[in-house]
Design a protein around this ligand. Structure first.
Ligand code: 4AD
Ligand code: MG
Length: 465
């Protein structure tokens, strides 16, 4: 069969690039098959865009194969593109022929009705064929492109950091172990597991972040960014945590914390603007079916200046709120999602950049302020999603960094020795952050659960497909 001569449905319905009366061939899935007197209709969707192309068969008796075409079958339809006389579509295909390429049967789970997201997660291999997940996956692709566009246009180099590593980049210990040892028969030495006989002669993990290696590259190349998968073994069963997620991590070699704030705000606004301008069909769909405010939310955030407040100010806002929080608030506490949401949704009603967190609750690599109590961390918080970005100015002073590691992660001193080299040889102020790609997709689309913006989600208890 000649597949090359096919026309993508997006060329017809989105680009409006195919002239009426042209002979076209479309290849796709039959979404619905309907019959009325003297005519039959098959709605074909090929995934290239949201819309279906309606193929019209008259009289249906001339197309006996129609009897065997059920919802979900793969078909090839040839015919002439005509203006539609029916409502709801501009064009349709006056079909000359239809071939059944891939059969299906009545057990096909995606019959034409609304399915719950919970049900669709169980069939993550089929859900990309639905309107919602088609739109999610298309916008995921378009925003991936936007991310590269943003950084490439600003002279940042795209670098690749290892996924298997012996460093704990966050020092938080939420690591998936990588090993080839026989877990039923572990090699022991002096009563401990002998990791020197493991594959990498050492304990190895899946990377929680590419930041530390990213810093090495930033110091060499100037400004860099990563965009890749990261893995966290936190046992958090929430709508915003995944065990595997994609992160964008820019790192700027000559930068302090204000530069970080500015880049984070500019980057988010760029992505929101891109979604509104370049992903119109998807945004219309999300606005209609998922979150009526999707568009207005992004428009208002693009216009707003993000509020920049210190952690200490954030605590004051929370203390003065009179709210009964599940987790009590006092200076030194971690901001929980309920606190983050109060700040952005109720107190400020816009995104906030919170900086200067207590050193004890943040990672070892953050720049220690002169007060000795706070570090130049920054979290960007947005309504509904909470933390969307986490970052910091890095501790670039060798002695201070050594002291922080000794205090917070003494067992890691040796494995961080290469990281300390970056301070031994040609150190300089630098800063960066990480944006969770699924979190930003949740924010843009209005989808409420990270399991529904990840293509094949991995969460505690679930790594199917
Ligand atoms: O705040 P985090 O842990 O920061 C880092 O990993 C730094 N190394 C980044 C850097 O400075 N280069 O993670 C950054 C972002 C969070 O703000 C959040 O958006 C996302 O990654 N994130 C998650 N997304 C989904 N599921 C999880 N379990 C996530 N953990 C973090
Ligand atoms: Mg964080």
């Amino acid at each position: 069969m000649d597949y090359k001569t096919r026309t993508r449905i997006a060329r017809i319905l989105v680009d409006d690039a195919v002239a009426v009366d042209s002979d076209v061939t479309v290849l796709g899935l039959a979404r619905t098959v309907r019959r009325s007197k003297g005519v039959a209709f098959v709605d074909v969707n090929d995934g290239s865009c949201f819309g279906n192309l309606q193929a019209v068969f008259a009289p249906p008796e001339n197309f006996p194969v129609l009897e065997k075409i059920l919802t979900g079958a793969a078909v090839r339809v040839r015919g002439k593109l005509v203006r539609s006389q029916g409502k709801g579509q501009e064009y349709e295909l006056a079909a000359d022929s239809i071939d059944l390429v891939g059969e299906t049967d009545a057990s096909y789970p995606l019959q034409k009705k609304r399915h719950s997201f919970e049900f669709l997660r169980e069939i993550a291999h089929l859900r990309p064929r639905t309107n919602t997940f088609g739109a999610v996956n298309r916008i995921r692709s378009k925003l991936s492109y936007a991310i590269h566009k943003f950084y490439q246009e600003r002279g940042f180099y795209y670098i690749h950091t290892p996924l298997i590593t012996t460093s704990d980049a966050e020092g938080a210990g939420d690591l998936f172990r990588v090993t080839t040892l026989d877990v039923k028969n572990l090699p022991m030495k002096d009563g401990e597991i002998d990791w020197t006989s493991d594959f990498f002669n050492d304990q190895a993990y899946l990377a929680v972040s590419g930041q530390l290696e990213g810093e090495a590259l930033a110091i060499a190349l100037g400004d860099i960014y990563t965009f890749g998968p990261t893995f966290r073994a936190e046992n958090s069963n929430t709508s915003r945590h995944a065990s595997e997620f994609w992160m964008i991590e820019p790192e700027m070699a000559w930068a302090e914390q204000e530069d970080n704030w500015d880049l984070a705000e500019e980057f988010l606004k760029f992505l929101f603007t891109y979604a509104l301008e370049e992903c119109k069909d998807e945004m219309d769909f999300f606005g209609q079916w998922i979150d009526k405010e999707a568009r207005q939310t992004l428009e208002s955030v693009i216009k707003a200046d993000f509020e920049r407040i210190s952690y200490t100010e954030a605590i004051k806002i929370l203390e003065a709120s009179g709210e009964k929080f599940e987790y009590p608030v006092e200076w030194g506490c971690n901001l929980q999602s309920e606190h983050e949401r109060y700040i952005t949704e109720k107190a400020l009603k816009k995104p906030a950049i919170v900086y200067d967190y207590p050193e004890a609750i943040k990672a070892f690599y953050m720049y220690l302020n002169d007060d000795g109590k706070t570090v130049r961390a920054m979290d960007v918080l947005v309504p509904r999603v909470g933390e969307i970005i986490g970052g910091s100015q890095r501790e670039h002073r060798l002695d201070v960094l050594e002291e922080r590691i000794r205090k917070m992660n003494p067992d890691h001193m040796e494995s961080y020795s290469w990281y300390l080299d970056l301070r031994r040889y040609g150190t300089r102020p630098h800063a960066g952050f990480g944006l969770g790609f699924e979190r930003v997709l949740m924010y843009i689309t209005g989808m409420a659960n990270i399991r529904d913006v990840a293509t094949f989600p991995r969460v505690p208890g679930w790594a199917k497909f």
